[in-house]
Design a protein around this ligand. Sequence first.
Ligand code: NAD
Length: 364
Amino acid sequence: MNKKITVLPGDGIGPEVVQSAIEVLNSVAKHYNHEFEYTYAKLGGVAIDEENTPLPEETVRLCKQSDGVLLGAVGGPKWDTLPGHMRPEKGLLGIRKELNLFANLRPVTAHESLTGSSTLKSEVINGVDLMIVRELTGGLYFGEPSERRQVNGEEAALDTMIYSRSEIERIMRQGFELAKVRRQKVTSVDKANVLESSRLWREVAIEVGKDYPDIELEHMLVDNAAMQLIRNPKQFDVVVTENMFGDILSDEASMLTGSLGMLPSASIGSGGPGLYEPIHGSAPDIAGQNKANPLATIASTAMMLKYSFGMVEEADLIDAAISKVLNDGHRTGDISNPGEATLSTTEMTAKVLEAIEELQAVKN
Ligand code: NAD
């Protein structure tokens, strides 16, 4: 297969981890006779410096023309004092909007050999394998009005939580489709005891669920979900929720595994290219030092292969290679225990490439 990938390295450690991910993609392409064609474009701080905007039109054009977009990270102290519309994060929000990406998928998988780096007990963490599906373009973050006004003679502020049936339906459907190829369970998270928008959410979840009779649908209030994620995260398979609840729960869930450097994400829409990125930021404190953990970005490419290109076997190979290097005891600084040897970004990448060769050799 021949696929066009737009690459947005971004700022800080972005270019370092993206380079690692591309080396891994190239290795997979070689083994499976695929051709990946990369086009580089600017987003975030680097685009502000060179083009005076966080999201150049050329970047939007190239992303729209591609089969998938791979992003490193954006931002850093250099751009922190710029006005809102010129901040690197505006570039990220802008490209998600331009590509109409309404679903954010964050898998959280506990690697047994890493449970020591979680703040939770290993018996709670071992075996966790869940996927948070967050609605990305509606709800409180986009609802209008969102403004300050005078109420009873004093300043007040107002945001609007609004969801239409079709917005809820498409994200629930996404969740059910994912559950079909996982463990057949969807947990729909809402606050239906208080919010009208949540009562509509629950109604639509039940309606969509009728199209998926083999999949168990449970409803959970968001406060309980926050508690259950820490108490017993193994109970979850696919968790589907609205924008703000998902924002909070996905960060909470990401800490189950102990390190930001391990977690990939995918943002997908209807039909167009998806955007694949690690959940961590640009880590300015270690940028340019060859210290970043590249595994989250490498795992993000596995999601691109699976969800945008339908290359499931290839994606599984990358995930298996990541598990192998961790089980073999290889660590970057962020996931090592005191006294343990640590690998650089390039050394860790080399270990993943070696693991791919070894796994392929066993298969053949
Ligand atoms: P961060 O994720 O960049 O870093 C938090 C901590 O985790 C730092 O100590 C960092 O060194 C460490 N870390 C992160 N990724 C790592 C990796 N791959 N390997 C090893 N260690 C890693 O978050 P922050 O410090 O709050 O933000 C820094 C900048 O990144 C800010 O400008 C912020 O706005 C931006 N940011 C961007 C994104 C994105 O592009 N999606 C997301 C979050 C933050």
